[in-house]
Design a protein around this ligand. Structure first.
Ligand SMILES: Cc1cc2nc3c(=O)[nH]c(=O)nc-3n(C[C@H](O)[C@H](O)[C@H](O)COP(=O)(O)OP(=O)(O)OC[C@H]3O[C@@H](n4cnc5c(N)ncnc54)[C@H](O)[C@@H]3O)c2cc1C
Length: 491
């Protein structure tokens, strides 16, 4: 069975890794990985510069989703996994140029502790009263249709909670807009809590009790589980380790696939003027690229895929001599609500979040810009972007902490165009429509961040799963064809 993987980001790499394993035990499995750019990894890219590990894209993965750490262990990177420094975990929100810490007891977007919520300057008295009354909300009488994250949070805690919490948090994760993102997809647990309890605060308190008992068990066993896990040398370690396991003859860099077509026996993969033939295809590109390629095969599917919105982002790493800075506020960094009217969406104090990432005496500040509301920034020059971030950092942190006159020892700018899929309201229904159309195209699989999770572990899980399904499909095809049945999935 010959399989083409199109797209060499982490989803395509995970699929290739799985097929490489299958190939070693089953000579019938062959694969080719086509990647448009001159490197593998897609959004995963890090380098060591200025005495620090600088991440251009993701810096870690959520520990609770195990697929990424599992892959790292399989690749022999288990000893390279490092936990986030949760003891110092604290995040601030910028409110009228001041840094206000998130109140203690805030579980994602839901306040669960009375005194810190009452005392925080983050919310007005009116919002605090509304938060108290939220405890009384009964479960909705009927199942509610999907709605935006902003609508769900506003119904429970009021508009200010959307502006000061939901929007900046989601901009930080998805580069997205809370008024567009699907509550059912992005906050499925909260939607379930609302169904069960009515009040999200009561639902969160119940979840908190369960988590505490799980954490006690974990502490009695393996110790506490960090919220995030990273690789000591950066995410590039994962890319390099997977790449080393692949047969280099199966990897085509700088080879954008320009056309896809179905033949009587499988798939035609067009690269410029040439074409190659495969039994199956894993499309691990962004959905807009998959949509363009599938437009000739199934125009409706092409349109559905092309319609998935994407946001772009910019990350800027600045390395400073720590001795030249004042005392940075405690914690991992801060988020900037859109209402502040700034270019920056968030900033991380990298040397605090993952100690050891920077040489002693170095401070690394990583700023995020762009998102759905500020795509135009991508066209600015590196110098202009660095100058903008330095100015905004000084204004937010204060000239006494980070004077705009202090030059960073190293600056790194990374632009990510249309890389973050946005799960808009109705995403689950869209996904089902896409799945049923894909099921009608034998040998086709989709992987990547547009479908079932935006994070690195989700992309790895989906990439590996698509490859396993195709190999399993081939095996069942061999079995059924021995019994003269028609094989559905693979020709
Ligand atoms: C700045 C940033 C920070 C992030 N932070 C985190 C984080 O901390 N934790 C986390 O879990 N996730 C994070 N994410 C999200 C996560 O990194 C991505 O969702 C994930 O890496 C996407 O992987 P992918 O393989 O689906 O897509 P991509 O990485 O976009 O890879 C797709 C590949 O397809 C190739 N391609 C496109 N068209 C073609 C074609 N026609 N032919 C051949 N190849 C093609 C592209 O060149 C690209 O290499 C972050 C993302 C960004 C951008």
């Amino acid at each position: 069975m010959r399989i083409a993987i199109i797209g060499g980001g982490i989803a395509g790499l995970a699929a290739a890794y799985e097929l490489e394993q299958a190939r070693q035990t089953d000579a019938q499995v062959e694969y080719t990985l086509f990647e448009a750019s001159n490197r593998l990894g897609g959004c995963l890219a890090s380098e060591i510069a200025g005495g620090a590990v600088l991440e251009r894209g993701p810096d870690s993965f959520i520990t609770e989703k195990t697929a990424a750490a599992e892959l790292c262990r399989e690749l022999g990177l288990g000893s390279e996994l490092i936990p986030s420094n949760d003891a110092d975990r604290k995040t601030c929100i910028v409110v009228r140029n001041r840094l206000v810490p998130l109140p203690d007891g805030l579980m994602f977007l839901v306040p669960t502790k009375l005194i810190p919520t009452l005392m925080t300057p983050l919310f007005s008295l009116r919002t605090k009263l509304r938060m108290g009354l939220e405890l009384l909300l009964p479960p909705p009488p009927t199942e509610l249709p999907d709605e935006s994250v902003a609508a769900l949070i506003e119904r429970h805690f009021g508009r200010e909670t959307v502006d000061r919490l939901a929007d900046p948090l989601l901009s930080g994760i998805y580069g997205g807009d809370a008024t567009k993102l699907s509550a059912l997809t992005v906050l499925p647990r909260m939607v379930e809590m609302e169904r069960q309890y009515g009040s999200l605060t009561r639902g969160m308190l119940a979840a908190h009790r369960q988590m505490r008992s799980r954490a006690r068990k974990a502490a009695a066993g393996n110790g506490s589980i960090p919220i995030f896990t990273a690789l000591r040398g950066g995410m590039q370690q994962l890319v390099d380790a997977v790449s080393e396991r692949l047969d280099s003859a199966c990897v085509r860099l700088s080879t954008p696939v320009s056309a896809l077509g179905m033949t009587s026996g499988g798939w035609r993969v067009g690269i410029g003027d040439t074409a190659k033939f495969y039994d199956a295809v894993i499309l691990a590109t962004p959905a807009w690229a998959a949509g363009a390629l599938l437009g000739q095969v199934d125009p409706e599917l092409g349109e559905e895929l092309s319609g998935i919105p994407y946001s772009s982002s910019i990350t800027i790493n600045l390395v400073y001599d720590e001795a030249k800075l004042g005392h940075l506020p405690d914690g991992f960094g801060f988020l900037v609500p859109a209402s502040e009217g700034r270019a920056m969406l968030a900033a991380t104090f990298v040397h605090r979040k993952f100690p050891g990432r920077a040489a002693p005496g170095k401070a690394v500040l990583r700023a995020f810009l762009g998102g759905m509301r500020n795509e135009a920034l991508l066209d600015e020059t590196d110098d202009a972007l660095v100058a903008l971030v330095r100015r905004e950092l000084s204004e937010i942190l204060g000239e006494d902490v980070l004077s705009s006159a202090i030059e960073p020892e190293h600056a790194q700018v990374s632009r990510w165009r249309r890389v973050m899929a946005q799960y808009a309201v109705g995403h689950q229904a869209l996904r089902q429509r896409i799945e049923s159309r894909v099921a009608a195209l034998p040998g086709l699989r989709l992987a990547g961040n547009a479908y079932d999770g935006i994070g690195v572990p989700d992309c790895i899980r989906l990439g590996r799963q698509t490859a396993r399904e195709l190999v399993a499909g081939q095996k069942s095809c061999e079995l059924t064809s021995r019994h003269a049945f028609v094989c559905q999935d693979v020709h």
